[in-house]
Design a protein around this ligand. Structure first.
Ligand code: ADP
Ligand code: ASP
Ligand code: MG
Length: 423
């Protein structure tokens, strides 16, 4: 008997028919003799709809109230799944964030799991109850509802798995594993049977939304065994133990598997970037900190940064990217600090995207970036900014060119699938 946390994403939960399919997978997993807890997302599109309502109500919305609104989608699906399971004769009960409780810290809309009181949950699971937990939501020190950032149900699931010491955390989604790139963009993408925590972490952090970044770092830290697999399976398909998804493994396990490692593991893209240029910032010590200090205080993550050579002596242009969702706030904040920073103009562009290549092989091989720039240049794709880490290279390009860039790079690094085998 194993203890398993199962997570179902938005597409898997979109409508009564699909919830019934999910309930059937959960019911069968429990019937096979396991203790199960299920974490669910809101129905596909629901969170976007709720976010739009917040924007319409107040463009510079208060994150605490935003959390109240957007967390509701998961409340609906957790209740519906519990009801559906009950209709199949299972003992099922929903556990909202405050009922667990799932305590979180830090900013609203980007909350981090701090601690989960798992005693009651474990007792319920041991008594044969299927615990259905809305993903994405937690509760703050002040007893207010929080949410954990878009895609946060993955992190809820991993956190629950760590708290109840689950044998496995199965992330069911609308694709059957982690691919070399988004299989919806590149038909020749290859499914990876195994991927290391480190590579998955980097892929997620640069936009491969199949897993939320924090879920991967938490899994790595807490040693949670995570598997990605499809919920779109036949009624009588084999259970998770037998179907081939993608298993996230440690570096050591990967070594033991003797898998052939590619230089580049995967390619990801992120359309949620926005570019800000501040012109004629004084070129003196402290100027850069007067720009980025206030953004950090407002919990706005700055990603790529370029400081251009000043056109005029003593002045420089500072270019950087922030998440699109934070653009309005960042802009308002910087306008507010205009005198203190001393810039001339603020230019923003939300029509940009980031494309990244990721691979542990880069640690020991030069030339990955050069291949990238050459392949993009041959297709006339202009690079607006660059950033690198030990195992990735990212470029900022025009949003219209994203899909072409991903395809071109997938081919350039030899990742295209040639037959039906998995990597
Ligand atoms: P869920 O609603 O189940 O959480 P998401 O939409 O968040 O699902 O994540 C699954 C999607 O991630 C897939 O439909 C796919 O388009 C996208 N995706 C992006 N990169 C990858 C990748 N490398 N491998 C698999 N899927 C990817
Ligand atoms: N419903 C939330 C979102 O769309 C959380 C999730 O699906 O993981 O971002
Ligand atoms: Mg997701």
């Amino acid at each position: 008997m194993a203890r398993i946390v199962m997570k179902f994403g938005g597409t898997s939960m979109a409508g009564s028919e699909r919830i019934r399919r999910v309930a059937n997978i959960v019911r069968r997993q429990q019937a096979a003799g396991h203790e199960v807890a299920v974490v669910v997302s809101a129905m596909a599109g629901e969170t976007d709809r709720l976010v739009n309502f917040c924007r319409e109500a107040n463009a510079l919305y208060d994150p605490a109230e935003y959390d109240v609104v957007v967390s509701s989608g998961e409340q609906v699906t957790s209740g519906l799944l519990a009801l559906t399971l009950q209709s199949m004769g299972c003992k099922a009960r929903s556990w909202l964030g405050w009922q667990l409780p799932m305590k979180t810290v830090e900013a609203h809309a980007k909350a981090r799991v701090d601690e989960i009181d798992s005693e009651a949950l474990i007792a319920a699971m041991q008594s044969g109850q299927i615990a259905v937990i809305p993903g994405f939501q937690g509760v703050s020190d002040e007893n207010r509802i929080t949410t954990m950032g878009r895609g946060g149900s993955d992190t809820s699931a991993v956190a629950i798995a760590a708290a109840v010491k689950a044998d496995r955390c199965d992330i069911y989604t609308d694709v059957d594993g982690v691919y070399t790139t988004d299989p919806r963009i590149v038909a020749k993408a290859r499914k990876l049977k195994y991927v290391t925590y480190e590579e998955m972490l980097e892929l997620a952090s640069v936009g491969a939304k199949v897993l939320q970044t924090r879920s991967v770092s938490l899994a790595m830290k807490e040693n949670v065994r995570v598997q990605v697999l499809s919920s779109f399976i036949d009624e009588n398909a084999p259970l998770a133990d037998e179907i081939p998804g993608t298993m996230i493994v440690s570096d050591d396990e990967m070594e033991e598997l003797h898998m052939e490692r590619q230089l580049v593991t995967g390619i990801a893209h992120d359309r949620n970037e926005a570019r800000i240029v501040l012109t004629r910032v004084p070129d003196k010590p402290g100027a850069v900190s007067s720009v980025f200090g206030p953004l950090a205080e407002a919990s706005i993550n700055v990603d790529m940064i370029i400081q251009n050579v000043g056109r005029d002596k003593g002045e420089t242009d500072v270019t950087f990217t922030v998440p699109q969702a934070d653009l309005a706030r960042a802009q308002a904040l910087l306008e507010d600090k205009r005198d203190a920073i001393g810039f001339n103009r603020i230019i923003t562009d939300a029509h940009v995207a980031k494309v990244s290549v990721v691979g542990v092989g880069m640690k020991s091989h030069a030339g990955v970036a050069a291949t990238m720039f050459k392949a993009l240049a041959e297709r006339g794709i202009n690079v607006q900014a660059i950033s690198t880490s030990e195992i990735k290279v990212s470029v900022l390009i025009d949003e219209d060119e994203v899909e072409l860039a991903v395809r071109v790079l997938h081919t350039a690094y030899g990742l295209d699938r040639v037959d039906d085998t998995v990597a």
